[in-house]
Design a binder for this molecule. Sequence first.
Ligand code: ADP
Ligand code: MG
Length: 260
Amino acid sequence: MRTDQVPAIRVRGIEKSFGDLPVLRGVDLDVAAGAVVALLGANGAGKTTLVRILATLLVADAGTATVHGFDVREQAAEVRASISLTGQFAAVDEILTGRENLVLVARLRHLPVPRAVADDLLARVSLTDAGDRRASTYSGGMRRRLDLAMSLVGAPPVVVLDEPTTGLDPQARIEVWHEIKALARGGTTVLLTTQHLDEAERLADRIAILHRGTIVQDGTLAELTALLPPAEVQHVEKQPSLEDVFLAVTGEATTEEESR
Ligand SMILES: Nc1ncnc2c1ncn2[C@@H]1O[C@H](COP(=O)(O)OP(=O)(O)O)[C@@H](O)[C@H]1O
Ligand SMILES: [Mg+2]
């Protein structure tokens, strides 16, 4: 069921500095319930900082954010029950099997039938056959899928994936994309951070570009590519790509020849 009235994530004027370094300078973002939104930004743009604030792991200097209607500062426990952040709450234990990892998380979350939860999630991320092998024997893609499954224990309505495919080989990336799409089809709200334009293009209903501490553009892929008239992209006889838009809105210069 989608409750489209309340945005799954609502961010207003979030600011965060580390010492003298301003990282977030007034971020505004809405993620509709059931949507898949990509937060696209270069390395160091502040993507992890923002998602850590949403997951209550970090406190903002200014601004407000709600997750599933709960304020991250005032209702942290409710927020934590509504959101999962991969790589933070889910941490694969290498010594345990895939199934044991999931059972452990299900127990920690006080779910009534941990074993059934584990079996269901193993099937969902296509790890049933590997479920009784130690996680240390898993490939990178399998481990990332297990990590994803661990973040789905208890069916949180909002799932945040912080660079879900960074460091994976092309085959493993495709496997993880497949799981993210399945998650989205099931109605879960997904906010994923990425540095990869193709990943944002493939997975997201909307793309928000984080640059120099603010969201400089936010829209559907069609809306973003419409920002650039095709005629302005010289030497390329096709519609502007997300890459063209990204380069234009972030002002990251291409080489002199290309920009002339
Ligand atoms: N705990 C911290 N202390 C100091 N600087 C930090 C801390 N966390 C992140 N930063 C800095 O904030 C900036 C944004 O980091 P981050 O949010 O991790 O970016 P991204 O996830 O987009 O790569 C970087 O310059 C990073 O070095
Ligand atoms: Mg990061």
